[in-house]
Design a protein around this ligand. Structure first.
Ligand code: ZN
Length: 178
């Protein structure tokens, strides 16, 4: 039987026990914090996500609920090289293990490679997707190739920004040899 899960109030344990699967997309505008990172948020922009539930044994043989989660969207950000808008794809893929209490989560999160969250009856999966996407935003968004250099000059004149100066890797090597 196919279960209809609601991503904003997901019963994590039941989802994991049923090897549940849930994927879909929501308008970027529904994720306020993420939406505000986008320069000119198109009304059509969407956030896609996909989740799989699973029960896994821990070291002590205890079954624990896991969710394997991924998400993606496109934000319009400012290119740090030419200062014009650049469509920036962001995405993440991560697994989460759920434990019974906040205290357990704190202890185990430090000891585990995976992220540990607290099990709740109704879990807001979309909030987690938003958190993860916010963390996946590049610190320095850039075009792979910036548009026409004419624009670059115009921007330089206004803002007095010189082109990024990267250290020459060969010069760095030479220094290391000394
Ligand atoms: Zn650029």
């Amino acid at each position: 039987m196919k279960h209809e899960y609601v991503p904003r109030s997901l019963p994590v344990k039941a989802f994991a026990q049923a090897d549940g699967e849930l994927s879909g997309s929501v308008p970027l505008a529904e994720m306020e914090r993420l939406h505000s990172e986008s320069l000119e948020p198109a009304d059509t922009a969407e956030v896609s996500f996909s989740a799989e539930g699973e029960m896994q044994e821990d070291a002590a043989g205890q079954l624990e609920p896991w969710i394997h989660l991924s998400g993606a969207t496109t934000l319009v950000m400012t290119c740090q090289r030419c200062l014009t808008p650049v469509a920036t794809e962001i995405e993440f893929e991560r697994s989460f293990r759920f434990v019974a209490s906040e205290a357990l989560a704190e202890v185990e999160d430090e000891e585990s490679e995976e992220d540990v969250l607290v099990l709740s009856r109704e879990f807001n999966l979309l909030e987690l997707v938003e958190d993860e996407l916010l963390m996946a935003i590049p610190a320095v968004p850039k075009h792979e190739e910036c548009p026409a250099p004419v624009k670059l000059e115009a921007v330089d004149a206004d803002f007095d920004i010189s082109p990024a100066e990267k250290p020459n890797p060969f010069a760095v090597l030479q220094q290391l040899k000394k």
